[in-house]
Every structure is written in structure tokens, then in C-alpha cells.
Design a protein around this ligand. Sequence first.
Ligand code: NAD
Length: 481
Amino acid sequence: MLDEIFQRSEDAFHHWKTFRVSQRAEILKSLHQIVYKEKDQISEVISNATGKPKIEALTSEVIPVLDLLLYFTKKAPRILKEKTRPLHLLMQKKSIISYEPYGTVLIVSPWNYPLSIPMGDIVLALLAGNVVLLKPSEVTEPVSQLIQDLFSRSDVPKDVVQVIFGGGDVGQKLVSSERIHKISFTGSTATGQKILEAAAKNITPSTMELGGKDAAIVLKDAPLQKTIEGIVWGAFMNAGQTCASIQRVYVQRDSVQRFVEGVVAQTQTLKLETDVGAITLPQQLERYESQLEDAVRKGAKILCGGQKEERNGRPFFQPTVLVNCTDDMEIVKTETFGPMLPILMFDTEEEVIGRVNRSPYGLCASIWTKNKTKAIQMAHQIQAGTVTINDAVFTHALCETPWGGTKKSGIGRAHGEEGLKSFCQVKHINYDRIGLKPFWWYPYTRQSLDIAGELADMVGKPTAWGRFKAMLRFLVVYLFK
Ligand code: NAD
């Protein structure tokens, strides 16, 4: 069965790659309009499949997809335009750089944003001229069926996007195939490691968007009320089931008490279902309970939340705030992926940067302060793909900026010009402008050694004047001797 799927992809690729980027963009505009017209039904399907509030389905899934389609159908032709690269040394040659598709791109996606994550990758892969096999999460199948249906009703030709349903076993077969030319994976670090092992056998280029343990740093001059509201949202939106959720917050000693009081008061206003959605994958409850147990055993105190609940047959977990937390607790070290906010204390900026960077993850981080200059200086020292100042989590929705992590949070970037180009093979074409025989060819003569000597001076002399004189001598020996 996979053989037939690969064959259909390869046949579709022969046709799709012949379109210009602007033609592909025009075709994808039909999808933009379908998503816009059906935004309410789509949000409903996502909300039912995941248990997230409908407003989160709209703001963090449907609107980002509409915006990404709008932006890239306009910008992709310019970004992927063939360019000439001026050569500063061997000026008798000329170089062209072109962005070409890989062929069949495999996109493997998770359940926490079952529309916006795969759609972002699919759209960019298609604009670059690839065809797509999507292996979405088995946990949110109704949304994957919806994606299949949206493409079948758009102007995108048949088989340019094929959705393959199934679990990790199906994913494993796909990533191991040499008929896959590029992998774009979003999911846990553990699965990412397995995929990289399989990809290594065929040297399949792979982008990895993996787990995180994002820190928020609250400096003593932070705007208190805004910081409290932003951090409570950043920790509990999507019930904390976001790779970029705030999962540990470091507060400078002087402001801890007021911050904690405010966070607890704000958290207690949140209502399950309306503000904090369901736990999409019930198995996660075990991890929450064991991390809480470990934290309490090591001295943490739960100030609010801490219990699971069931509503309309779905599991929920109360948004939970903990204090007296330390860096050795599982809840501070390991990805939680749930509505948990451990609070830690720090004294100096240097100390907190060291503690934040000690994590094996490096997806995002946030700094909360009134001092933008200081925050930007600190941001440069933090090992993360994205650092936000006085906000958190939302940047996955910024389609024009790169998204991705450092360390065990991933390899490569989605979104932005960087993400679009990650679906391309860069080709360099080089040719002679004036038909001179290269001096570095055989035969190796006294003259070719002289020319090479001048060339060495052209790139090695310490002053611009020295390099310029060498260039004149180079031209004389090369052209006239
Ligand atoms: P997961 O790793 O369990 O599954 C992700 C996808 O991989 C699913 O489609 C699954 O079927 C497939 N899969 C599982 N085993 C496979 C294998 N051996 N070979 C190929 N495919 C396989 O992750 P999840 O539980 O769906 O998602 C939660 C994780 O995703 C969290 O760790 C979260 O941080 C991470 N995540 C990261 C980002 C990011 O942008 N960095 C975004 C969202 C989620």
C-alpha cells in the first residue's frame, strides 16, 4: 500500500514541479478562501477533537493558517526567485543560486495543534514545489480528515497532498523509506531521536521541532500586573499542552511575594472548560501526578490546583501553582505538557541565565521587565530559538519569523523565509563570463605558480592597498604572460 502512495506522490510531483511559484501560490489561494468561509466549523472540529476552548481553536489554529496562506502566497515568489551571487574574487565566473524542490516531503505532526502545525509545513512545502505526505497524529483524527477534505475541495491537484492515517508504526515505516526526500517532524524529543536514526540510513534531510521546558524570567522591575496576566496565560493556555508553554518561572527575590499572590489570585479566576481546556491525551495525567508528588516530596508547596477532574466524560487538570521549587525537581527539569506553574527564586541576572541555560531544552524563553535594553542583552545570552520580552508562547503564530529550538528542542526552522527555504534544495550554477582557461587546470607551470602567488597576495595582504596592487599584478600575469 505504501508503494502505491509513493508512486502517486512521484507522479503528482512531475506535474506540480513544473508550475511557477506564483502559479502554486494562486492555486493555494483557493484553500485560503475555503478555510476563511468555514472558520467556525473548523474551530468546532478542532475544539471537539482536542478539548480546547473554541476561542483557542480560532486564535491559535485557524487565524494563523489564514495569515500564513495570505502572507506566503504573496511573498513566496520573491523569496524563492532565482538570484545571481556576485563573485568578489574569481570575477571571470558567474554564479546563479536557485531554490529547487526535494520531491516527496513527509510531514509528521502532533496532536496539540492539529491544524496549524501541519498546515504551516504543508503550505510552505507546496509553495517550494514539493508534494506532501502528511502523517498526522492518531490522537486527533477528525482534524486530519478535515485537512484531507479541505485539500480535496481546493484547486490543489489530486495527490499533491496525501494524508496517511495511523500511529507511530506507520510513521516509522515512512521515515525509513528512501522514497521520502525530506522529513519535517514536530513532536516529542524521544520520537525525534528515533526518526533521526531512521533518517540517517538514507541521509534524509530532516527538520526537527521537538519538546521544550520554557522559562520565564521576572526581573524586579517587571510591570507587575501585566507580567502576572501574561505568565498565567502563557502557562495555562491550551491547558499547558503547548511546546512553548511557560513551564518554570524564575522571579527575582524582591518581587516574589507580590508576584506569587497575584499569580494565585489570577489563576483562581480561571474556569475549566471556558478558560482551561481538557487534557487531550488522558495518559498525561499520570505524568502530572508523579511530577507533583516528586516536587512536594522535595519541599514544594501547592498553592492552588493540583487535582484532576472529569467533565462531560473528558479529563481536566486544575491549573496548578507551586512555590518553594528547586532546579532538581522533575517538574522544573522535565517537560510537563500540562497546566503546571512551578515558581523559583533568583538573585542576580547572571545566576538566572546560567540556571535557565542548564536545561537540555532550548525552545523559547521570556523576560519580563520594563528595561528593554537590558532584556535584549539578556536575550542574546539565553540558549533558545525564540526569546520574547513581556510576552510568551504566541510567536508560533507569526508566520514571517523563524520558529524552532536549540539543543534537544530541535534542528532547523519552520516558518519565515528560513522555513520556506528549508523545503528547498539550494542549487548553485556557475559558468564562465569571458571564456578564460582557468589557471588552476593542468599543466602546472611556472606561470600558473606565479598567478597562484599573486592570488594568495590578493586574499592575504593585510592592507586594502596591498591587496589591490596584487590584483593588478594578478591580471597582468594571468592575461598577458
Ligand atoms: P509524539 O512524538 O508522540 O508524536 C508525534 C507524531 O509522531 C505523531 O504523529 C506520531 O504518530 C508520530 N510517531 C510516533 N512514533 C513515531 C516513529 N517511531 N516514527 C515516526 N513517527 C512517529 O508527540 P505528541 O505527543 O503528538 O506531541 C507532543 C510533543 O510534541 C511534546 O513533546 C511537544 O513539546 C512537542 N511539540 C513540539 C512543537 C515544536 O514546534 N517544537 C510543537 C508542538 C508539539
